[in-house]
Design a protein around this ligand. Structure first.
Ligand code: ADP
Ligand code: MG
Ligand code: ZN
Length: 199
């Protein structure tokens, strides 16, 4: 039988909040786990929204995950026997994640990385766009626009904050379609108020 470990690759699941990225990541790593393929799942330490030690979707699926502070720590935490590596909230990692992913894939690991491709102002949210360019497989996930039910491509911030990252999330953001998304709404809030809501 062909050993899976001989061939590595990178798969990215990108999209706005509520598009089911975590759900899809959990589904995939759980499926490999059932087949007894050695899996490790990681998440950035910054994401403290839910239980530490697991990745949790908005629909409450979960899988065990190791919190790491950066891409270096992730690289060192990968065990030799591991074949599949799941990474959630990839946008909260440093840009070093791109090289780390390339190196791990070259070493025969199969990576599944979920993350936001755009920030709340509609700008590319690195390192996800760079990872998408280096990936064999890219799944673009869409949410349902909270306003009109259309294809939700963007993440609209609906609370005042000028921080790039506002955790605590469900009430701070909505998925919006191209027509209903308004980055100026977020920018005006940014001008009018400084640093308010967090966590
Ligand atoms: P992500 O990781 O992309 O933020 P999750 O996998 O955590 O997404 O959550 C997806 C779940 O969020 C869906 O199963 C659904 O139950 C819920 N959800 C809440 N609001 C929306 C929405 N507007 N569009 C799609 N799913 C939504
Ligand atoms: Mg998620
Ligand atoms: Zn809409």
């Amino acid at each position: 039988m062909h050993r899976r470990s001989e061939q590595g690759w990178i798969e990215v699941i990108a999209g706005p909040m509520f598009s089911g990225k975590s759900e899809e990541l959990i589904r995939r790593v759980t499926r490999y786990g059932i087949a007894r393929i050695p899996v490790q799942t990681f998440k950035p330490q910054i994401d403290t929204r839910y239980a530490t030690g697991e990745v949790v979707s908005h629909s409450n699926l979960s899988v065990e995950a190791t919190p790491v502070v950066d891409s270096r720590e992730l690289l060192h935490a990968v065990e030799d026997r591991t074949i599949v590596i799941g990474i959630d909230e990839g946008q909260f990692f440093d840009e070093g994640l791109v090289e780390v992913a390339i190196d791990l894939a070259a070493a025969g690991k199969q990576l599944i990385i979920a993350g936001l491709d755009l920030d709340y102002l509609g700008r590319p949210f690195e390192p996800i766009p760079s990872l998408m360019l280096r990936a064999e497989y890219v799944t673009k996930a869409l949410a349902v626009c909270h306003r009109c039910g259309g294809p939700g491509l963007f993440t609209q911030r609906v609370v005042q904050s000028d921080e790039l990252v506002v955790l605590g999330a469900q009430d701070a953001y909505e998925a919006r379609c191209r027509r209903c998304y308004n980055p100026d709404e977020a920018r005006q809030q940014e001008l009018g108020f400084s640093r308010s809501v967090d966590q």
